[in-house]
Design a protein around this ligand. Structure first.
Ligand SMILES: [Ca+2]
Ligand SMILES: [Ca+2]
Length: 354
């Protein structure tokens, strides 16, 4: 936590949490043993009830013991995963191919592997004799670094009135599932999502996408992709499917299902986004509608980004409303870039801070 502002914010969150704990602001009474969705690095998903009732989390301010009923989400820091070195060697060899589509296919395949392929690529870069192959590997490494410059090294915990970085003190997680008791090693876990709070929308684009409308007036459109995902292997991309960029003169929108916010005390939208586009000439907007999509109000114009960004949008002024949100893209008649990405879109109970 080198950024002093973040440290202050985190401390403020901790103090707020401590106050809540001391009884000044009584926390709500959540279920004692919430259900948890466990996402593993290999793509597996387990759902069950943890045997434990609390989780220990070490921060630079001390050790927190959190009842599971207070936790919304835990994201484990990046651990470098194994990747088959033979597959990498084959792709690197193809990078030197005289055949352009073969070179492109290898480039795409390596990009899709993301940060886990970096150590193997560095070895190949050092070994490469062909200067052109060396150059191509250097370009690839730069693209991968651009896509995930802020890969979290710390575990992160999100609870009501608390957001903190640190280390989850957990060797393994015992989970009662419908298939019996399962034990999962902490090193295999990517994230835990607790079913503690009501949510109106929860979409990670990793499975069949339910209820979203992905409309476009051209070939460029929002579509699921494995190209760059914030988690779970898949996300939503706005570009020409299977191509390196979006096209000119297109309007494309990803519109959420209709959501009833009446059950939420402090409705809040959260999502992760990544935008490689011609800012200023092309546009990438977040909009909201309270009349089933007839009229839209702009909530945010996304700037160009260099890595995944996380955004939190309080929707308290839409409390008690029926809303849809949409992510819309428009391109002008020149200059195209790689496109836009979205992941982990949720609308749920927020902190109430505006
Ligand atoms: Ca995802
Ligand atoms: Ca353009």
């Amino acid at each position: 936590m080198r950024d002093p502002r973040r440290a202050v914010l985190c401390l403020a969150a901790l103090l707020g949490f401590a106050r809540a704990w001391a009884g000044e602001v009584p926390p709500p009474a959540p279920p004692k043993t919430p259900k948890v969705t466990v996402r593993l690095h290999d793509g597996s998903i387990l759902v069950g009830k943890p045997e434990a009732e609390e989780l220990k989390f070490r921060t630079e301010y001390g050790l927190l013991t959190l009842p599971l009923g207070q936790i919304q989400r835990v994201v484990f820091g990046v651990t470098v995963q194994e990747v088959d070195p033979r597959a990498v060697a084959k792709w690197v060899e193809q990078l030197g191919s005289a055949n352009y589509p073969e070179r492109e296919a290898a480039h795409e395949a390596l990009i899709e592997q993301g940060p886990k392929v970096v150590p193997a690529l560095k070895v190949s870069e050092a070994k490469a004799e062909d200067p052109e192959v060396k150059q191509r590997i250097a370009t690839l490494l730069a693209s991968i670094a651009r896509a995930a410059p802020d890969a979290p090294q710390h575990d992160r915990i999100f609870a009501r009135q608390l957001k903190a970085s640190g280390k989850v003190e957990l060797g393994e997680l015992s989970l009662e599932t419908r298939f019996g008791l399962l034990k999962v090693g902490a090193k295999d876990i990517e994230s835990l999502e607790f079913d503690t709070l009501k949510s109106a929308l929860r979409e990670n684009f990793d499975r069949k996408i339910a209820g979203w409308d992905l409309a476009s007036d051209g070939e460029t459109r929002w579509h699921p992709t494995r190209r760059r995902a914030a988690n779970g292997g898949m996300c939503l991309r706005c570009a020409l499917p299977d191509q390196a960029t979006y096209g000119n003169n297109v309007h494309a929108a990803a519109t959420s299902p209709s959501m009833d916010l009446t059950a939420l005390e402090h409705p809040e939208l959260r999502y992760q986004w990544l935008a490689f586009y011609e800012e200023g000439a092309d546009s990438f907007l977040l909009e909201i509608s309270t009349d089933n999509g007839d009229n839209w109000t702009q909530l945010f114009a996304h700037p160009q980004s260099t890595g995944w960004e996380e955004r939190r949008v309080p929707l308290s002024s839409y409390r008690n409303a029926q809303v849809k949100i949409r992510f819309s893209f428009a391109s002008d008649d020149s200059e195209v870039r790689e496109g836009l990405y979205l992941d982990n879109v949720t609308v749920g109970e927020g902190s109430g801070d505006e």
